[in-house]
Design a binder for this molecule. Structure first.
Ligand code: GLY
Length: 350
């Protein structure tokens, strides 16, 4: 078992281990300093797979639960409103807490509800996907989607505890595990060559604890330095500028991780063409994405990707910040005028 301590606007532990869900009672009591009422927020898929295990682990708490339909389509203003009404109807008070039990969608919407209900109540993240364990459950970004795009409405609101029981990953479909691996590869490229080399050896699914802990430590370091995302936190967007375009142009048929896999290759190839890194970096990233069931191929045009990216929240006025590798383990942030984005994607696509 490993514990990573985050020191952002709230201090909290990220505990990573096998079969630790059954000990959730003790971890939550310690983190919340007692036994408040808990509102469990989860989706129907996670609840049918692991709901009983969670409820049995939390049987010493007074709990209520809200279950919504699995999938990104639920991360909207209507479900968010339903969660708020549910919390109010069940008399959740300012000293109570939310437990977000699920993948990124559950963590994002439950966290957003926690940050706004009664002007903010505490919440605990119990992520059930690799992507949520290594990325979205840590660092305090909460969000819902708007018609105009993903994550356009949200807050910074840190959890009180993150409990990563990696044994829960055993029920993940291969494609969903691969989605999380895209974020894992990202951490290797932005900060840790050793982690990247470990990934190229394969076998992460069988033994993920050290890899999850390493990713969480990298995220912790970045968040501790730039919680509000005004500087270095942008490094976590490596591969995501093109990825958001790919997801949207595919009508979200292409999942986030798959899009990030291709987006990292586009960013690296563009960087190599600018002379910022060697073409070997592109080859290494292609090797890693393929090894974990992802792909570098992208069927969309530079113009299409560019149009979406420029309506994304990563744009700041007339500029957009690219995350570009210098080598595996080190990336830089490069601010470019928006007019240069389309030629950059063009050079990254082939
Ligand atoms: N997932 C990117 C961030 O937390 O900043």
């Amino acid at each position: 078992m490993e514990t990573v301590k985050v020191s952002a606007s709230r201090e909290y532990d990220v505990i990573i281990g096998a079969d630790i869900l059954s000990d959730a009672d003790g971890y939550i009591e310690k983190a919340l300093g007692g036994r408040p009422r808990l509102a469990i927020i989860t989706d129907d898929k996670v609840y049918s797979l692991h709901g009983e295990a969670l409820e049995s682990a939390l049987s010493g708490f007074d709990t209520v639960k809200f279950v919504f339909k699995n999938g990104e389509a639920s991360k909207n203003i209507r479900v968010y409103g339903e969660i708020l009404e549910f919390l109010a109807e069940n008399s959740i008070t300012r000293t109570d807490a939310i437990v977000a039990f699920g993948g990124g969608v559950v963590g994002d919407i439950a966290g957003f509800a926690a940050s706004t209900f009664l002007r903010g109540i505490r919440f605990v993240q119990i992520p059930t996907t690799l992507l949520a364990m290594v990325d979205s459950s840590v660092g305090g970004k909460t969000a819902i989607d708007l018609e105009a795009g993903k994550n356009l409405c949200g807050t910074f609101w840190q959890p009180s505890l993150v409990l990563c029981d990696w044994k829960l990953l055993s029920t993940l479909e291969d494609a969903t595990f691969s989605d999380g691996m895209a974020e894992v590869i990202k951490y290797g490229v932005i900060r840790d060559r050793e982690l990247f080399e470990r990934l190229l050896m394969g076998g992460v699914r069988e033994d993920p604890e050290a890899v999850i802990a390493r990713c969480v430590s990298i995220k912790r370091d970045v968040v501790n330095e730039d919680e509000r995302d005004t500087g270095v936190r942008a490094l976590l967007n490596f591969g995501h500028t093109a990825a958001h375009g790919i997801e949207k142009l595919s009508n979200y048929e292409i999942t986030h991780g798959r899009a990030v896999g291709a987006g990292m290759v586009i960013a690296a190839r563009g960087a190599a063409k600018l002379g910022l890194c060697s073409p070997d970096v592109v080859e290494d990233i292609i090797k890693a994405v393929r090894l974990y069931g992802l792909t570098e191929s992208c069927e969309f045009s530079a113009e299409g990707l560019c149009e979406i990216s420029l309506s994304d929240k990563k744009r700041a006025g007339g500029t957009i910040t690219l995350v570009l590798p210098e080598k595996v383990g080190s990336c830089i942030l490069k601010k470019i005028p928006v007019e240069e984005l389309c030629p950059f994607f063009e050079s990254g696509l082939r």
